[in-house]
Write a protein that binds this ligand. Structure first.
Ligand SMILES: C[S@@+](CC[C@H](N)C(=O)[O-])C[C@H]1O[C@@H](n2cnc3c(N)ncnc32)[C@H](O)[C@@H]1O
Length: 216
């Protein structure tokens, strides 16, 4: 999904290097504890879009640090605006490519990586761009702690089925799967934090597919 370029967002991002790391050199190690000013646990969302999900998590969990990894500057600027308005000191924005996630974070950094409504790239020739392609799984495995896991949601049946196969082929273990997340038991539905895409597709009546998977 390509957002229309918003000059204010680009300017805001440029003005706040303390909150947004822009396209960092993958060769240079990022000191996340220094950026957050503490060594609280870190959770990462890959492809945060406008950031409704990650800003809600940051607001509700002040003792956990969150990183929104996002390719687009306009999206980064929209997330940043919320962060600044609400003073979410436990949220950092990383404007970069998930293909470099293993350069941006040390091995065994996080217990959770969130993948929400990733671009489906339906054409076979684009398989390698899907964020659940094996090359990405390999990198997530490095960045995740041994007991860490991936939480994945999508409205796209094709991407869901592809991701289940890709993760299964990779030897991953599933501890939660749902083909209709919004109609699961109330305790599961209540805990779910919806993303912008999720709200849009659920409003159209589309089922939301979800899974949690780990590398144990
Ligand atoms: C379809 S949108 C979903 C946004 C949000 N997660 C939601 O559910 O509302 C996918 C987002 O992933 C970002 N994205 C796609 N490929 C990426 C990559 N390789 N690295 C980082 N972000 C990526 C896009 O820029 C876009 O903002």
């Amino acid at each position: 999904m390509r957002l229309r370029n918003k000059p204010w967002a680009v300017k805001l991002v440029d003005e706040h290097p303390e909150s947004v790391l822009q396209n960092p050199n993958p060769e240079v190690k990022i000191d996340w504890a220094a950026r957050f000013g503490n060594d609280h646990p870190i959770r990462i969302e890959v492809g945060s879009g406008k950031g409704g999900f990650i800003t809600t998590l940051a607001r509700n969990n002040p003792d956990i640090n969150f990183v929104a990894l996002e390719l687009q500057t306009t999206a980064a600027g929209i997330i940043l605006r919320t962060k600044l308005e609400e003073g979410l000191d436990n949220l950092q924005i990383l404007r970069g490519d998930a293909a470099d996630i293993d350069c941006f974070f040390d091995a065994n950094t996080t217990d959770t990586i969130y993948l929400n409504f990733s671009d489906p790239w339906p054409k076979s020739r684009h398989e390698k761009r899907r964020l659940t392609y094996k090359s990405f799984l390999e990198k997530y495995k490095t960045v995740l702690k041994e007991d860490g896991h991936i939480e994945f949601k999508t409205d796209n049946a094709g991407l869901y089925s592809y991701s289940v196969q890709s993760m299964n082929n990779f030897g991953m273990h599933f501890d939660f799967v749902s083909v209709d997340l919004h109609h699961e038991k109330p305790e599961i539905v209540e805990k779910n934090v919806e993303t912008e895409y999720e709200q849009k597709f659920a409003a159209k009546g589309n089922p939301i597919y979800a899974l949690h998977a780990d590398f144990r």
